[in-house]
Design a protein around this ligand. Sequence first.
Ligand code: COA
Length: 181
Amino acid sequence: MNDTQPRIETDRLILRPFTQRDADAVMRLAGDREIADTTLNIPHPYKEGMAEDWISTHREGIESGDSLTLAITLTDTGELVGAVGLTVQKEHSRAELGYWTGRQYWGLGYCTEAARALVEYGFDKMELNRIYASHFSGNTASGRVMEKLGMKHEGIMRQHVRKEGSYVDLVIYGITRKQYA
Ligand SMILES: CC(C)(COP(=O)(O)OP(=O)(O)OC[C@H]1O[C@@H](n2cnc3c(N)ncnc32)[C@H](O)[C@@H]1OP(=O)(O)O)[C@@H](O)C(=O)NCCC(=O)NCCS
């Protein structure tokens, strides 16, 4: 593991930077309508070239320390399951956690396993003081992942974002370094 090529291993998963070779799988998994429905920044339809463009932004984020986006892959087969990432606000030593997993992999604990490892990495290696996350109200599965990570429900920001023309409430969860310890 180093600063530009972070690699995190868990019981069943390897988290590692995306490469352009992942683009087809990203398009197939993230291109699912159900992924776009509960995320703010994943477009639908997910067009040719979007995965390549997205992946090409990751390196700069990792090198500058402004973000860390990792591919969630199965240790046994190497297949791509999804993505997990931290967007850092350095002046506050805090980061926002985000994630998605392909629909065929839902409910198998992969998101929780990956996000738990990244939260640990964020506190231990990136020396963050706080990690937070938000989900659209109604996205119970995502809220459940946040709970399983030990994050606390902190509140609801009413109509905080506009999604496809409608205002959506954001449910906020967070954990501080002190709570984590
Ligand atoms: C949210 C998401 C990442 C969860 O991924 P996952 O790999 O299925 O997550 P896990 O298996 O680790 O955990 C899911 C938990 O939610 C629970 N869950 C799933 N659907 C649920 C529902 N409709 N109501 C209540 N709980 C639900 C599961 O039972 C599990 O909890 P458990 O371990 O206590 O049984 C995945 O559904 C996803 O990618 N959704 C679309 C994109 C998205 O919403 N990203 C997050 C944006 S904030």
